[in-house]
Each structure stands twice: as structure tokens, then as C-alpha cells.
Design a protein around this ligand. Structure first.
Ligand SMILES: NC(=O)C1=CN([C@@H]2O[C@H](COP(=O)(O)OP(=O)(O)OC[C@H]3O[C@@H](n4cnc5c(N)ncnc54)[C@H](O)[C@@H]3O)[C@@H](O)[C@H]2O)[C@@H](O)CC1
Ligand SMILES: Nc1ncnc2c1ncn2[C@@H]1O[C@H](COP(=O)(O)OP(=O)(O)O)[C@@H](O)[C@H]1O
Length: 306
């Protein structure tokens, strides 16, 4: 075990969060850097797999499951003890043929998803990557939101929420929304066209939605409805242009979901995942595709002496 760490209890984790350097000046935008993060929080102490959290990722239908499979694998690599893909019946064979360490649960509709999410051991849910945009998928998003579990809402879930005020009303600070610029524009109409800076736009969005918003891009901004804002600058000496590749956002969602399952608070999960995501991209370098990001995570952890 790295640095001889003992098992860390949930109570100790709460203490460690309070000790986090990113918390010191909560109302000011804070730069997410290796100086402001406390990497000891990422260490995996002793315990069995359920002590490290169980994450669920909803997949899309047949022929559309790749994005959620990336998400699920990233959640496992970041240290969640177990990850289950919730799979519509028509996609069950496709997903089963592609996974090994990931588990599969057949989910025929919102009732089945509600039942799966009600398992007390499920600590986090991700929905959106490759999901689809039909009313049946909106009902799945509703089931996730009604579960009250920490969740990551990405890709098609964001588009569905943008189209449906009833879904928007169900958001809370336990939700992390991860829009790229196109999704941000759809979700927060008008906001992205005014003169406000990206920081102000993201903060207003978080306060409007009542949820944590991670506004993606080379400059990523993360805002909590209570006013906390953090920025991650991936330009200049932390440039990672190879992250502009299909599926990179699905991997980020998985990293956040895995950290949520491990017990990180939503804003912390978003901050740590953002730094690790760029770090993985920079370590891999040119030619990066989404799968490479996931396989680079262990090397990032090793370099951090975890
Ligand atoms: N391997 C896979 O199976 C992948 C599946 N994906 C899925 O494909 C579906 C569509 O995803 P899209 O992201 O294309 O979503 P959308 O089609 O909803 O959004 C893309 C649109 O937004 C505009 N846009 C503006 N700023 C943008 C920005 N910074 N980044 C990206 N687009 C921007 C684009 O011009 C484009 O018109 C989702 O279900 C998604 O999860 C993608 O995640 C890519 C990988
Ligand atoms: N030029 C860039 N520099 C740094 N990070 C980038 C750059 N382009 C994209 N990214 C990051 O890559 C990810 C892309 O996510 P997204 O646009 O949702 O892609 P996808 O939907 O294909 O998964 C985001 O985390 C974003 O911040």
C-alpha cells in the first residue's frame, strides 16, 4: 500500500475534505493546480470493494453503448470498488461482449433503474453519454434525479434537461452537470451570449440550475450554487489539445462518477477529475484517443505516489 496508509474511515474523509486547500477561500475563484489539490485524498486505503463505492452508468441502446462503456471503465480506473452498466435489453448482448471487469444490469425502463438505484450500496450514477433523446430516455433521467443519489449528467441528459423544465426542477447540489460549449448554450439560453466571463457565466448557471456545473473547454470552470468557483487552465504549460477527441468528455464523466462513488463531494469530484483528466492527456501526449486517457490513469496515480 502506498506510503503505508491505513484504512480511512468516512468520518476521517469528511475531516480531510475540510482540510482541503481548495476550501480555504470558498467564495473566490480558485485555480485548480497541483498546489491547491490534496492528492492524499485520492489514495485507496484498506477495505473491501464496497468500501470504495459502487457506481452505476446508464448506457444507450444497441449500437450506441461505446460512450457509456468509456464512462464506466473510467469510473473503475479512478478507484470505485464496483461499476455496473445499466443496459437496455436490446443492447445487452453488445455490452456483454465488450466488458470484463465492468458489471451489467439489465434495465428495461425507469422502474428498473429506480429499483437498481435504490440499492443502498450504489453511491453515484452517471447518465447521458450515448443515451439518446427520446421521451423514454427522458424518463430514465427523471428516475436518476428522483433517486436523490449523487449523479453526473452529461451529453444527451443535458439536452433532455434543456428541453424539459420538469427535469430541470429536479436538479440539486448533489448533481454535477458537465456541458461543453454547445450543451451550455442549449441549457442556459442567453447566458452564453452576454458579455459575462466564462467564470461568471458558469456561476450564474450553477445558481440557476441549483447544481454543480462543470463548463468544459481548454479553460474549465466549475461552480457550486453556493458561490464556490474553481478554474482549470489547460493552456500554455498545461496545454492538452489532444483532448479534443471524441469520447474525452465521456471519460471525464466517468472519472467524476467514480470519485463520487468513493465519497468525494460533488464539487471536489469535479475538481480532482478535471486535473487528473488533463494530467493523463499530457502524460500520453500526441495521438491520444479516449481509451488512452483511461489506461493512463494508473500512471498518473503512480507519479503521485499513491
Ligand atoms: N464513442 C462514442 O460512442 C461517443 C459518443 N458520443 C455521443 O454522441 C452524442 C452526441 O454528442 P455531441 O457532443 O456531438 O453532442 P451534440 O450533438 O449534442 O452537440 C454537438 C453540437 O454542439 C456544437 N458545439 C459547440 N461548442 C462545442 C464544443 N465545445 N464541443 C462540442 N460541440 C460543440 C457542435 O458544433 C455541434 O453542433 C452524445 O450521446 C454523446 O454521448 C460522444 O460523446 C463522442 C463519443
Ligand atoms: N483544446 C483543449 N484543451 C484542453 N482540454 C480540452 C480541449 N478540447 C477539449 N478539451 C476537454 O476534452 C473534453 C471534451 O469533452 P466533450 O466535448 O464532451 O467531448 P465528447 O462528447 O466527445 O466526449 C472536455 O473535458 C474538455 O474540457
Amino acid at each position: 500500500m502506498g506510503r503505508g496508509r491505513a484504512w480511512i474511515s468516512r468520518a476521517q474523509m469528511v475531516y480531510l475534505y475540510r482540510d482541503d486547500r481548495l476550501e480555504r477561500d470558498p467564495m473566490q475563484p480558485i485555480a485548480i493546480t497541483s498546489e491547491t489539490l490534496n492528492f492524499d485524498l485520492l489514495a485507496k486505503g484498506q477495505g473491501h470493494k464496497f468500501d470504495h463505492g459502487h457506481a452505476v452508468v446508464m448506457t444507450g441502446g444497441a449500437g450506441r453503448t461505446g460512450a457509456a462503456r468509456l464512462t464506466g471503465r473510467a469510473a473503475l480506473r479512478i478507484g470505485a470498488g464496483l461499476v455496473t452498466l445499466a443496459v437496455p435489453p436490446a443492447a445487452q448482448m453488445e455490452v456483454a461482449m465488450h466488458i470484463t471487469a465492468l458489471m451489467l444490469s439489465r434495465v428495461a425502463g425507469p422502474e428498473a433503474l429506480t429499483e437498481l438505484a435504490s440499492d443502498k450500496r450504489i453511491g453515484a450514477i452517471c447518465i447521458g453519454p450515448g443515451l439518446g433523446l427520446k421521451p423514454a430516455q427522458a424518463a430514465l433521467v427523471e428516475a436518476v434525479l428522483d433517486s436523490g443519489k449523487p449523479c453526473v449528467l452529461d451529453a444527451d441528459a443535458l439536452t433532455l434537461i434543456a428541453q424539459d423544465p420538469a427535469l430541470r426542477k429536479r436538479l440539486g447540489p448533489h448533481c454535477v452537470l458537465t456541458p461543453h460549449a454547445g450543451e451550455f448554450k442549449r441549457l442556459f439560453k442567453g447566458l452564453s451570449e452576454d458579455d459575462a466571463t466564462k467564470v461568471q457565466q458558469c456561476l450564474t448557471a450553477a445558481q440557476t440550475a441549483g447544481a454543480v456545473v462543470l463548463y468544459k473547454g481548454a479553460m474549465t470552470v466549475i461552480a457550486h450554487p453556493d458561490g464556490r468557483v474553481a478554474t482549470h487552465d489547460s493552456t500554455a504549460d498545461r496545454a492538452a489539445p489532444w483532448l479534443a477527441t471524441a469520447g474525452a468528455g465521456d471519460v471525464l464523466s466517468g472519472m467524476i462518477t467514480g470519485l463520487l462513488a468513493r465519497g468525494f463531494a460533488p464539487i471536489k469530484a469535479a475538481q480532482y477529475a478535471t486535473w487528473l483528466h488533463v494530467e493523463a492527456a499530457r502524460r500520453f501526449g500526441p495521438g491520444l484517443i479516449a481509451e488512452d486517457l483511461i489506461e493512463e490513469i494508473p500512471h498518473v496515480f503512480a507519479a503521485l505516489n499513491l
